[in-house]
Design a protein. Structure first.
Length: 290
């Protein structure tokens, strides 16, 4: 369905071949088995090769002419770098933030144990500040004007301020942040984001109850492959310094893009050596009775 949205100047035959390749990746129908894993050779024309500056290469391939489009929300709407884990995503986001002009601002949270927990716990505030939990913003968020962020909490559905909405930061106040919506049904809308109190998601199974008062934002030039579900993008950079590890993860990543020319993949091993093959995790028994 995404490929049907591809630009008209791509030849039909190329489109059909790309479509067929994506389906075979999803079914685990191509690639060779090494040990217990299915390894897939990536087509040469989507690979990033011959580079020692991995972060620089994946960013330039996905965000070409970044310096000329820093104030252009349209430029960022359909571009993203995908990676398997939050740690890798953080490294990409921090690198891109360093490329934006200015020093920006660091916003720190106010953390505290919930009232009933105070009687049981003697945890220090410094300890709470170190915690990174599912559904919570970081204790310290470094922002600059032009940063692309994602909203972590629904604030006002009527104006498009919903969980998962992407925004471009346009002004950094002390108590409120102004941003332009660049995804969803309210693209172009100007919104103001306050600090709010949030608790860890129930899915995090965290052993204590505490609150974090912080701007409900996360830097979002890059995202985990899991977070990319439902996205349709024209430029995708898939960064794989480690292989994917879940069923269908590679298929999910490559099927976000609506044309082959917009997909670039950088694969490396633990020593930083560039490769042209990567693991594709597919549990084929899922398809047996379909």
């Amino acid at each position: 369905m995404r490929l049907d949205l591809a630009s008209f100047d791509i030849k039909d035959q190329e489109l059909r071949e790309f479509d067929e390749w994506i389906k075979k990746v999803g079914e685990g129908a191509i690639g060779g088995v090494t040990g217990e894993k299915n390894y897939l050779h990536i087509p040469e024309d989507v690979l990033i090769k011959d580079t020692t500056e991995h972060l620089t290469s994946i960013v330039k391939s996905t965000y070409a002419s970044l310096e000329n489009n820093l104030c252009n929300p349209d430029y960022f709407q359909e571009r993203a770098i995908l990676a398997p884990t939050p740690t890798i995503v953080d490294s990409v986001n921090q690198y891109i933030m360093s490329l934006l002009p200015g020093k920006g601002k660091v916003y720190r949270s106010c953390d505290q144990l919930q009232r009933e927990e105070n009687k049981k716990e003697t945890r220090s505030i410094k300890f709470l500040n170190t915690l990174n939990c599912l559904g919570l913003p970081r204790n310290a968020i470094w922002l600059k004007v032009g940063a692309i962020v994602m909203l972590l909490k629904t604030i006002d559905h009527s104006v498009g301020m919903c969980h998962g909405t992407r925004l471009m930061v346009t002004d950094l106040g002390n108590h409120v942040i102004r941003a332009t919506i660049i995804s969803g049904s309210n693209i172009g809308g100007q919104v103001y984001i306050p600090r709010i109190s949030m608790t860890p998601s129930s899915a995090s199974n965290f052993p204590m109850k505490f609150e974090r008062k912080q701007f409900p934002l996360a830097i979002f030039f890059a995202m985990t492959i899991h977070k990319a579900q439902g996205q349709s993008l024209s430029h995708v950079g898939l960064y794989l310094p480690i292989p994917v590890f879940n069923h269908g993860q590679l298929y999910l990543a490559i099927s976000r893009v609506n044309n082959k020319n917009g997909l670039k993949i950088l694969i490396s091993d633990q020593k930083g050596v560039i490769s042209n093959a990567t693991a594709n995790v597919v549990f084929k028994e899922i398809f047996r009775n379909l």
